[in-house]
Unconditional design. Sequence first.
Length: 299
Amino acid sequence: MSVRTAVLFPGQGVPLEGAGEEVARLRPDLLAAVVEAVGEDPFRRAAESTRFTQPAIVCSSLARWSALGLDAPEAFFGHSLGEIVALAVSGAIDEREALVLAAARGRAMADADPERLGSMAAVRKGGIAAATELAEQHGLVVACDNAPGQVIIAGLITGLDAAAETAKASGNRVRRLDVAGAFHSPLMEPAVAGLQAAIDATTFREPHTTVWSAVTAAPIDDPPRRLIDSLTHPVLFRPGLLALHATGIRRFVDAGPGEVAAGLARKTFADAEGDDVVEVEVPAIPAGEGSAAATGDDA
C-alpha cells in the first residue's frame, strides 16, 4: 500500500540564491512570465523587499514542482504565500495567474506599512499558549503557529518591545525578525484592496487535488476569501500539519526552494512514535532536468 502523501510549499524566509538561474534552466517560460507580472526580474532584487521576494518564491516553487515529476499526492498545503502555489499546481488557477497574484500580494504587503510601525517577533519558549498570553498583554496577535518552538507574534514595534521585556522578566525570550511589517495581523488591512483587485481578475476552477488552507488548517473552502484572509489572519501551519496527519497522511514532501517547510514538519512530528511516525522528504531536481520538463501551464 502506498503511503498517503501531502506536498508542502513554503512561504517567505526561504533561500533564493541561484533560484533565478534554476528557473531559467527549468522553466524559462515562467521566468518570462514573472518578469512580466512584476515589471522586472524579481530574483535580482529578492533581498530588497517582499514585493520581489514573494513572486520569486512562487515562481521558483512552480518551476521546481514541474521538474520534480512526482506522483499526485492526496493534498497540497502551502505556508501562507505557498497557498498560491498549491492552488496553481492543483489546477484551481493557472501558473500565470499565480504569478500575477504573488506580484500583487508582494506589492500590497510592501506598501501596507510605509512608516514601518509594525513588525514580527519569535517567542522562544512556552509554545502557542505563552505566545498568546504575551500577545494579549501587549496588544499584539499570534501571526504564525509554525511548529513547536516556532511561534511568531506581530503588531506595533512598541508592543513587541514591551513584550520582549515582559518575556525576559519571566525567563522567556522574544526575538525581533528582520521583516518589513506586521504580516498576518490586522496591520496588513491596507494590503487587502491591492490583492483583492488581482483576485477579482483571476479565474478560479475546481482543483483536481485537495488544497489545504493555512488560514483554517482544513481543506480550502473559498480560495478568494482565504487568500485575502491570509494577509490579516494567523498562519496555522502546525495545526494544518496535524490535521493532515489525522487524515492518514504519513509522508510530507517539501517541493519548494530550501527546506523551511520540511524543517517545520520535522519539528512538528519529532516525538511521533509507532504508526504516527512520518517521512519528511526534500527531493532533488533530477540531474540534467531542463526546460524540456515543462513548456506550459500545469493547470
